[in-house]
Design a binder for this molecule. Structure first.
Ligand code: B12
Ligand code: SF4
Length: 502
């Protein structure tokens, strides 16, 4: 999925400049290739944004670009949290000519103008006349011309099968997940999260009209180009103001602007039946829920005791009853976790409607209250873990189990959740749902497995297909039977359609 900030800042760039976008996840380049590209395109300023987990690579790229004589400005959560690192003011090497702190909607046009005059400053901050941080209001919000952009690098359909699917003409030859924000900010302040610190606890929303317009443009574009477009509402907590979310969803339905969508919503807000009805009616498909733990003591420790494990099952059933499934996210290595946390969590998960569980270890991001607490307690084993990034590796020792135990628990949880047996059980538990629904669910399970188990090459996929052959065979057989049934029934229903009174 594309990162929104690039598209947003492009839309906010003053006229007279050309902006080229490269996503290092979707189109990876090494330093040499990137510098060659920058020289070929005669680029005058490079902007780099990165989360903490990507920052070491971002610095390497920035170093190569600056060595080639092109200025670099960096922005995003990590450099906002520790700008001295990027500017080389902490004793380490310098990686950026300038940093944009916080939300850059208003500072970006200034940065571009200063760079064009050759007068780039070191630090850009959105401040008001009194020197206090000013948050952009999101009203008005720029029009992001998704329909006019080349989104080839973000096509979710693997290149090998794209031509085949395009020829078949079903519209599945090109699939895009488009990030849309409808608001910013979350006041909950969970201890491990950077959002409350970064976006502040003042929540801001776009107008319903501006969101609906963006959806309608995307929908027209998808139809015209025979593409599948899905939307990820990237708000931190899409239903943080339930009244406003309901009003947005009602407006989407009234305008016929529905596209299949996903969003992040905390479990406590999904108690509201009317909200869940509106999610279903507006084509909400997957809801990402930060469950974090099934242990209330853990939740209280990280300031997330608004999550009530006792109501998780009811929330998930409420969604599943309307054909909506959940991406449930769990953290292991919390202070009250002990060996066996995977078994205990899996037992609960397996009693819920099928979803897509994901598991991570507790990670102290700089500037979060968690980071400060662990520093004070002397518990960080890799205080600058981001400079030596390793996926799924811990940076501190949990209180009641070892780092090795936590890794073993994570491994067990991923392995069992996406095993061929579990896939079979999950699909069997929704056998009353239409076949395309079940096939989609299965494909999504295979993709989510890849978050933890590397399955990038053809070999890895071939093994995965072989391991799941029974389920693949049974779904294919049912799919073909259903397709034949529909084909044979088609003339009769066409006749009956014609016989209907006008
Ligand atoms: C959508 C989202 C995802 C999506 C998709 C990511 C994507 N492709 O967009 C999913 C669910 C996959 C995801 C996954 C993860 N995410 Co995430 N995600 C977000 C979320 C909710 C929205 C991002 C967004 O688009 N924001 C809106 C834009 C407008 O804001 P922005 O990116 O900050 O950009 C503004 C400024 O920062 C600045 N800016 C940003 N970059 C640049 C660059 C330049 C040059 C300039 C001038 C300015 C600038 O200008 C922008 C406009 O004001 C954020 C939280 C948040 N609200 O931002 C978390 C967030 C970015 N994710 C976070 C994390 C931790 C993760 C995971 C590591 C979680 C995990 N444990 O697996 C994974 C990593 C996945 C990966 N390998 O990429 C953290 C990052 C913290 C940090 N310090 O790095 C955040 C901040 C949330 C949090 N809990 O703290 N994520
Ligand atoms: S509810 Fe989500 S976005 Fe809000 S502070 Fe907690 S983890 Fe962060």
């Amino acid at each position: 999925m594309p990162h929104l900030w690039m598209f947003l800042l492009k839309a906010l760039t003053p006229e007279g400049h050309e902006v080229l976008l490269i996503d290092g996840n979707a189109s990876p380049m090494n330093e040499e290739q990137l510098v060659r590209y920058i020289r070929r395109e005669k680029i005058g300023l490079v902007g780099i944004g990165a989360m903490t987990r990507m920052i070491a690579r971002a610095y390497r790229m920035a170093d190569a670009i600056r060595a080639a004589g092109v200025p670099v400005v960096m922005g995003g959560p990590h450099v906002t949290e520790i700008p001295d690192e990027a500017l080389g003011r902490d004793g380490g090497p310098r990686h950026a000519d300038a940093v944009a702190l916080g939300e850059a909607d208003e500072t970006w046009p200034r940065i571009v103008a200063d760079a064009a005059r050759g007068q780039l400053k070191e630090i850009y901050e959105p401040l008001d006349e009194t020197g206090k941080e000013r948050k952009p209001s999101l009203q008005p919000y720029p029009e992001i011309p998704w329909d006019k952009m080349d989104l080839e690098q973000f096509d979710l359909v693997p290149g090998v099968i794209r031509p085949l699917l395009k020829r078949q003409g079903s519209g599945w030859g090109s699939v895009h997940m488009i990030p849309i924000e409808s608001g910013r900010g979350c006041p909950y302040g969970c201890e491990f999260c950077t959002v409350t610190g970064f976006f502040g606890d003042s929540i801001r929303f776009r107008t319903n009209e501006s969101v609906v317009d963006e959806l309608l443009r995307l929908k027209r574009h998808a139809r015209k180009n025979r593409k599948q477009v899905m939307v990820f509402f990237i708000d931190d907590n899409f239903a943080i103001n339930i009244k406003r979310t309901k009003s947005l969803l009602r407006d989407i339905i009234a305008a016929g602007a529905q596209l299949p969508w996903t969003a992040q919503i905390s479990a406590n807000l999904l108690r509201d039946e009317e909200l869940v009805d509106l999610i279903a009616a507006s084509d909400g498909k997957w809801i990402f829920i930060g469950m974090e733990s099934i242990d209330s003591v853990n939740l209280a420790d990280v300031n997330k005791n608004f999550n009530k494990p006792a109501e998780y099952a009811a929330v998930l059933n409420r969604l599943a009853d309307r054909g909506i499934y959940s991406i449930t996210s769990f953290i292991f290595g919390l202070d009250n976790d002990t060996v066996g946390v995977a078994d205990r969590t899996l037992k609960e998960i397996e009693s819920w409607p099928p979803g897509l569980p994901i598991f991570g270890q507790l990670t102290p991001f700089p500037s979060t209250p968690l980071f400060e607490r662990l520093v004070k307690a002397g518990r960080l084993t890799r205080p600058k873990h981001w400079l030596d990034f390793a996926p799924f590796q811990m940076a501190h020792t949990p209180l009641k189990m070892s780092i090795a135990d936590t890794h073993a628990e994570l491994n067990k949880a991923w392995k069992r959740s996406y095993s061929p047996e579990r896939n079979q059980q999950a699909i069997a538990s929704i056998s009353d749902k239409p076949i395309d629904h079940r096939i989609m669910h299965f494909i999504t399970r295979l993709i989510f497995r890849g978050i933890y188990f590397p399955q990038m090459g053809k070999r890895a996929w071939a093994k995965l297909v072989l391991d799941n052959r029974r389920l693949i065979y049974s779904l294919t057989r049912q799919g073909v039977a259903e397709w034949r049934g529909q084909r044979d029934a088609a003339p009769a229903s066409a006749v009956s359609e014609n016989l209907k009174p006008a």
